[in-house]
Every structure is written in C-alpha cells, then in structure tokens.
Design a protein around this ligand. Structure first.
Ligand SMILES: Cc1cc2nc3c(=O)[nH]c(=O)nc-3n(C[C@H](O)[C@H](O)[C@H](O)COP(=O)(O)OP(=O)(O)OC[C@H]3O[C@@H](n4cnc5c(N)ncnc54)[C@H](O)[C@@H]3O)c2cc1C
Length: 123
C-alpha cells in the first residue's frame, strides 16, 4: 500500500486462489464484485475509492514441485556460452530465487566456470 500522491493510499490486493483469469481485466461487473469484496474488509472506504484496476498473470512463480526440483540441474546447464538464470532455474522460485540465480550465473561468467573451453575462446 503506497502512493506518490499525497493523501491517496494505493491498495494492492492479491487473489491468489483465482488463478489466471484473462476474462477479468476490463469486465466492469466482475471488477465491481471484487471491489465489493474489498469493501467488506474495509467498509470505511466506501465512497472514497478513486479508481480500480484488475490485472491477471498467466505466469507468476515457477511452480514448486518435486518434478521441477528434480529438473533444476538440467535447467541450469549452460549451452555453449549461454547461461540460464531465472526463478525457474532456482530451487525456491520467486524474486529471491531469481536473484540467487543471477548471482550464480554472474559468478560463473566472471570465473569462466561451466563454460566449455571452445566457447570460452569465442567469448
Ligand atoms: C502479481 C505477482 C506478484 C508476485 N509477488 C511476489 C512476491 O511477493 N515475492 C516473490 O518473491 N515473488 C513474487 N512474484 C514472482 C516474481 O515476480 C518472479 O518470481 C520473478 O519476477 C521472476 O524473475 P525472472 O527474472 O526469472 O523473470 P521475469 O521477472 O519474468 O523476467 C523475465 C524478463 O524477460 C523478458 N522476456 C520474456 N521473453 C522475452 C523475449 N523473447 N525476448 C526478450 N525479453 C523477453 C520479460 O519481458 C521479462 O522482463 C510475483 C509475481 C507476480 C506476477
């Protein structure tokens, strides 16, 4: 909750269990329904909401599953001089996973680790 405008509070509400809903953005009826849900928990804000925006994401976190955990080493394997880093190559996913992966790959590039000798010559 924040805003650059003085006296205006910006609330961000996540509906994680809703899943990917491409039908939602632009649907005023459903947006009003979500707003009513929000006003149920914050009734004092009725009549004071300046605007709403609904967004949905098809991909959010890399899914945490035993199958992905087993594939992480394969996902991380460089192809020639090309390295892969993202939440999907991390065991944890999320922003922290993506940042850890960025560090891992930056270290590998700086030290030349994991780069086949022929690819190293052309870097
Ligand atoms: C609504 C929402 C809330 C979230 N909340 C949290 C949270 O509270 N905590 C948390 O840890 N994580 C959260 N996440 C997850 C977090 O945002 C991701 O785990 C993280 O951003 C993944 O980082 P990444 O670098 O792997 O991928 P991304 O951040 O998705 O970066 C990939 C980049 O590649 C670009 N790209 C894609 N295809 C191409 C192409 N062909 N050519 C060039 N560029 C391309 C994309 O535009 C993007 O900029 C949230 C995600 C969403 C959607």
């Amino acid at each position: 909750m924040s805003s650059d405008e003085p006296d205006v509070v910006h609330f961000v509400c996540y509906g994680n269990s809703a899943g990917y809903r491409p039908d939602l953005p632009g649907d005023r009826e459903q947006e009003t329904e979500w707003l009513e849900d929000f006003l149920t928990v914050a009734p004092g804000l009725r009549g004071r909401v300046l605007g709403t925006h609904v967004q949905t994401w098809e991909h959010c976190f890399a899914l945490l599953s035993p199958e992905r955990a087993a594939a992480v080493e394969d996902l991380r394997r460089p192809v020639g001089g090309v390295h892969f880093a993202g939440d999907w190559t991390s065991p944890t996913a999320g922003t922290h996973g993506a940042l850890d992966e960025a560090k891992r790959v930056a270290d590998a590039v700086l030290t030349g680790a994991g780069i086949p000798p022929r690819a190293r010559e052309t870097c």
